[in-house]
Design a protein around this ligand. Structure first.
Ligand code: B12
Length: 484
């Protein structure tokens, strides 16, 4: 069976918390979801899929068409997030036009949130909600064996269109969504992502440190309750330190020296993280890596261990300098805790990335600008000021619906009918989107145009390519502000 897995082009992404102009041009990280799916089908069924990573291969729809024709697929898997749903659907329709007999299965975070709506889209034959490794493999196996509708109905996490025997002419097929599969508890049981199916040399990012970059995942889930996050209060599951080390070694042997651990919150289980750091140190591997953490999950000893193992940056969710707003966001932190964690991080010799938010409901402009001053006082390597965005199915969005702030479930409507005129909505009664985008520009300019900051970045340049990427990003930040 010829299987092709596609990461769609990012030409029609919707503008979210960060302006598209700033999001683009920073580089591309390898996306692990599809590579996990690819590895599992290869290991369990002996089917080696082709992977088309459009952003990394810099493919538009013409390029994608060329690549799809080369692959001549029978089963196509497409990964999707809500922000690139339009591109996802265009990819599906292109596939169906080129290969009407092929089967299309869609998976990813968006599908997990909106299984029914995604399955309803023209061209989609199957959806996979939740983790895709096993479900997609079961599906491919079932298709290979020519399984019946009843057999498909037994695959947990799968959804499909059932034409049924009594379908009236012209009637739409019934959509059937099977119950959720159990979460994969033993993550060591999963084969490592099939990175051999992509060109690792194509990935790089403005905030990277080494020569060659890879993403890695050592755990899944986060028990925290942040109001704006759609994975809040999900069960934390982890790989063993030994399993993680085997993957690191595999990648180092292939020239990778810079790792981005994309775990939701890798620091939840401290003893395992200590163990990972110890093994890396004992192995003598010379690597750089960065992680994401909550400020209340780090302590000096852990930071020291991380630094010793090669951790060069920690991404922290700072969000706001205003305690009232932190409380509202159910962040369970305070500016003092944030400042302490940043101080400890610096003392351990690790850099920091401060994720901040502006435009939180009821937030004033003064409070937004206070957050920039606070971020500057934390002295991170980078800071990002996102506009607080009620993402689909988050508690923040649900509360907007329940309180009647919005009258229609616009994300659901978009999931049913993704149109290019869709605009994301923010929730701050006192400022329009334009005003918020203006303040956001001002925040980035304030943070990034400091002479001391620019001088430090210049000292840390890795290469001409690095200089080009950083200069390009800097110019964009300043030009956006001047053009406003
Ligand atoms: C790391 C990360 C980033 C990184 C790197 C992204 C990358 N290229 O790897 C950075 C910081 C760049 C980033 C940026 C953004 N991110 Co982000 N990010 C994440 C994070 C924390 C992990 C993603 C990941 O690698 N997961 C690990 C893999 C293994 O999981 P997975 O991708 O979900 O795949 C599994 C299933 O979904 C499924 N699956 C996936 N694809 C397919 C396909 C098929 C065919 C099948 C069958 C199954 C399947 O199977 C996979 C294996 O189990 C998630 C949170 C999360 N837990 O998902 C947010 C998340 C994906 N990001 C999100 C958002 C909104 C963004 C931004 C748009 C933010 C912004 N700037 O406004 C940008 C978009 C940039 C971009 N172009 O991608 C949202 C998406 C919400 C949504 N409804 O779409 C998430 C879910 C965070 C959240 N909770 O709100 N992000």
């Amino acid at each position: 069976m010829r299987v092709t897995l596609v990461i769609p082009p990012e030409t029609h992404s919707i503008e979210l918390s960060i302006p598209k102009g700033l999001e683009g041009g920073k580089g591309v990280y390898p996306k692990l979801g599809l590579l996990y799916v690819a590895a599992n089908i290869e290991a369990r069924l002996g089917v080696t899929p082709s992977v088309i990573d459009c952003p990394a291969e810099r493919l538009d729809y013409e390029g994608l068409e060329r690549r799809l024709r080369e692959c001549n697929p029978e089963l196509v898997g497409v990964t999707t997030l809500t922000f690139n749903l339009i591109d996802c659907w265009k990819t599906i329709k292109l596939t169906k036009r080129l290969f009407p007999q092929s089967k299309v299965c869609v998976g990813g975070q968006h599908v997990t949130l909106y299984p029914e709506e995604t399955l309803g889209l023209e061209g989609v034959d199957f959806i996979c909600h939740g983790e895709g490794e096993r479900v997609f493999t079961w599906l491919a196996d079932a298709l290979r064996k020519g399984s019946t509708t009843e057999e498909l109905a037994k695959i947990p996490g799968l959804g499909f269109k059932d034409a049924g025997s009594s379908l009236e002419p012209g009637a739409s097929p019934r959509t059937r969504i099977n119950p959720h599969q159990d979460r994969i508890d033993d993550l060591d049981d999963l084969p490592m992502p099939a990175r051999h199916l992509v060109d690792l040399g194509r990935y790089d990012h403005v905030a990277a440190q080494g020569e060659r970059l890879a993403t890695m995942q050592t755990s899944r889930g986060c028990p925290a309750k942040c109001l704006f996050c759609d994975i809040r209060m999900t069960k934390f599951r982890k790989r063993s330190a030994k399993h993680v080390m085997a993957e690191l070694q595999y990648l180092v042997d292939r020239g990778i020296d810079d790792f981005f651990f994309v775990d939701d919150t890798i620091t939840i289980d401290k003893s395992r993280l200590f163990e990972i750091c110890d093994i890396i140190k004992a192995s003598g591997l010379k690597i750089h890596f960065k992680i994401s953490a909550r400020v209340d999950t780090v302590k000096p000893q852990l930071l020291e261990a991380l630094a010793g193992a090669g951790c060069y940056r920690i991404h922290y969710g700072v969000e706001s300098a205003t305690p009232r707003l932190l409380k509202y966001l159910q962040k369970q932190t305070t500016p003092e805790k944030v400042a302490t964690a940043f101080r400890w991080t610096k003392e351990a010799g690790i850099g920091a990335f401060a994720y901040c938010m502006i435009g939180i409901p009821t937030e004033t402009k003064e409070e937004m600008l206070n957050t920039v001053d606070f971020a500057i006082s934390l002295d991170p390597d980078y800071a990002q000021f996102s506009i607080c965005t009620p993402y689909p199915k988050t508690a923040l969005y649900q509360s907007m619906l329940e309180m009647g702030i919005i009258s229609e479930d616009y994300w659901r409507a978009f999931a049913r009918n993704p149109t290019e005129d869709f605009r994301v909505r923010f929730w701050n009664a006192d400022y329009s989107e334009e005003e918020l985008r203006d303040i956001q520009g001002e925040c980035h300019r304030r943070f990034y145009s400091r002479l001391g900051y620019i001088a430090r970045q210049a000292r840390q340049l890795r290469s001409w390519h690095d200089l080009r990427m950083k200069a390009g990003l800097g110019a964009k930040i300043l030009l956006r502000q001047l053009n406003r």
